[in-house]
Design a protein around this ligand. Structure first.
Ligand code: HEC
Ligand code: HEC
Length: 501
């Protein structure tokens, strides 16, 4: 009887599996007008909630060709004659989004091809303006002062050399790999892990960011005063200091701010997350939502109207011509976005060296007895719910639409109340992979878990060990007091358990 059941089970499952591996997938449409305008949770002040450009506009944006790229070495590790050899090379397009593409016959081909999109540079040399140039990576002082790490081969895996025209070598930047690649302490590189490029320190060594770009990235025009005013009125030296205060693992990404930057998430395991971003900005119910997230974040949302403010619009008002490649940049085809999604979903964490022991077992018991599992529940150690920040009145319809807890964990409200990613919520983050991550709390104030669970962080004279919003001046890291009243021994046990996840 059992044998028959097993045989019947295989008859059902086997053809399905063969089909899944050997046939090309059905590619969902990324930019659908209705979906794009209901994609995100409304902002804390809904007047600023973005209205996306229409699909007719989006699909006129030219596709970005994906070129073959070459590694960037630390100055003393570069092979002799390397740049001269690159100058002899013909440009090679690996994927133009259309007829020229890597093998795409099966789901597995898509996963493989997705790694090309993950590493593909979006900006070249200095064409976004001043954010990282070829001259930076050719400059020893830039390397030294930014503390830029390299892997065991002397390669910096965050940026690439690109040949788009024979004889001209450019620096390619702003690929997913730039912020979502981690060099581990043994020099191994883990794609998709929380990135550890010292972005802020490197930027502080590059050319100044012009005020219109800063405004496009960070302005919140419906707030009075607009938080960007504080930044654009600073002199160059003050702006560089602010940028350098943002440590590796944290980023003042567009729609956040230099005073409310955000911890870079680990993308390994992202498929299990029901909300993307620390503020829970975008629900993720299907792979197409990931594709839409990327389309938005790689240029799409800068064309949206945030209550009349269009970040890259003419006079911050009207979206530019979709074919204006300097301002709009480009887009990926739906196939490329699908491949990227499957690639990121396929990423696995590195092997965890922290094995269970008597200490971690005690930590596990404390995790349960302290009530951590109420929010950080299995399998991903997140219940995938949102918590309202202090002082945010949850609109009544939100309780039906989103998965919101009653409890507020009481952390700083700046990121979710004063930025264009701010929804009024913070999601319960996953605790998987804590052992290789750093910079805890949504703006990364605590460099490691020991500091996150140090009760002294609540004191008014505390100076954060990660991101320091006030320079070297004190800044108590408030909220999420769970586990802070444990004895030193119990805290050690709890942390050792957390490092096994
Ligand atoms: C300039 C740095 C940077 C680049 C480039 C970048 N990201 Fe991110 N990414 C971030 C930061 C910072 C966050 C956190 C945003 C937040 O929480 O509000 C983030 C968040 C995400 C999230 C949400 C995950 C979660 O659990 O909340 C996804 C998915 C993601 N990025 C994918 C990508 C992909 C795919 C690419 C390339 C197409 C990319 N990112 C390029 C910095 C970057
Ligand atoms: C009521 C829900 C809740 C409880 C209970 C809770 N947490 Fe959290 N936890 C959160 C939220 C929400 C955040 C993110 C806060 C933020 O972004 O400001 C968080 C953040 C964290 C972080 C930092 C992760 C990161 O990436 O920044 C760790 C570590 C953590 N919690 C561990 C624990 C442990 C251990 C316990 C029990 C001692 C616990 N939490 C209890 C909701 C909770």
């Amino acid at each position: 009887m059992l044998l028959i059941q097993v045989a019947a089970f295989w008859m059902v499952i086997a053809p399905a599996q063969t089909k899944r591996v050997n046939q090309p997938p059905v590619i969902p449409k990324t930019w659908d007008d209705k979906a794009m305008n209901t994609l995100e949770i409304p902002l804390a002040n809904p007047v600023g909630s973005p209205k996306a450009v229409p699909a007719a506009y989006y699909y006129q944006i030219p596709l970005r060709p994906i070129y073959k790229q070459y590694p960037v070495y630390a100055p003393d590790r570069e092979p002799a004659g390397y740049m001269d050899r690159l100058k002899q090379l013909e440009p090679i397009i690996l994927w133009d989004g259309g007829v020229r593409h890597p093998k795409l016959d099966t789901e597995e081909d898509f996963v493989k091809a997705g790694s090309l999109v993950f590493e593909a540079s979006v900006f070249f040399n200095g064409d976004v303006g001043p954010v990282f140039n070829l001259s930076d990576v050719r400059n020893k002082t830039w390397w030294r002062k930014s503390g830029m790490p390299v892997n065991s081969k002397g390669i910096m895996p965050f940026m690439f050399y690109v040949v788009r025209e024979k004889g001209k070598v450019e620096l390619g930047t702003f690929s997913c790999a730039m912020c979502h690649t981690r060099i581990m302490s043994d020099g191994k590189v883990v794609n998709g892990a929380q990135g550890n490029i010292p972005f802020g320190a490197a930027l502080a060594q590059s050319s100044p960011v012009p005020p219109p770009l800063n405004r496009a990235l960070y302005s919140v025009p419906w707030l009075h005063p607009d938080p960007i005013e504080e930044v654009v009125t600073m002199n160059d030296r003050e702006q560089r200091q602010l940028s350098a205060a943002i440590p590796a693992g944290v980023n003042a990404r567009h729609r956040t701010s230099l005073v409310n930057p955000v911890q870079i998430p680990d993308l390994i395991g992202v498929k299990q997350r029901r909300y993307l971003d620390r503020t829970g900005l975008q629900p993720q119910n299907a792979p197409v939502d990931f594709m839409r997230y990327v389309a938005m974040n790689q240029g799409g949302d800068s064309l949206s109207s945030f209550g009349g403010f269009v970040p890259v619009g003419l006079n911050f008002k009207t979206p530019p011509d979709p074919t204006d490649s300097i301002t709009v940049g480009g887009r990926y085809s739906d196939e490329e976005l699908y491949a990227l999604t499957q690639y990121v979903y396929s990423l696995k964490p590195p092997p965890n060296p922290n094995k269970p022991s008597r200490l971690t077992l005690r930590g596990k018991q404390l995790f349960v007895s302290e009530g951590c599992a109420r929010c950080h529940s299995l399998p991903s150690y997140s219940n995938n719910r949102l918590t309202p920040t202090v002082g945010f009145d949850v609109p009544s319809d939100h309780r039906f639409k989103y998965d919101i807890m009653k409890t507020s964990v009481g952390t700083d409200s700046g990121l979710t109340m004063k930025t264009r990613r701010g929804t009024g919520y913070y999601k319960v983050p996953s605790l998987r992979g804590l052992w290789y991550r750093s910079m805890f709390g949504h703006s990364g104030w605590c460099a490691n878990l020991e500091d996150w669970f140090d009760p002294r962080r609540l004191e008014p004279d505390y100076v954060p060990t990660g991101f320091r919003p006030n320079g070297n001046k004190p800044f108590p890291v408030l909220g999420h007091a769970y586990g802070l009243d444990l004895s030193a021994d119990d805290r050690k046990a709890l942390i050792s358990f957390l490092k096994t996840l």
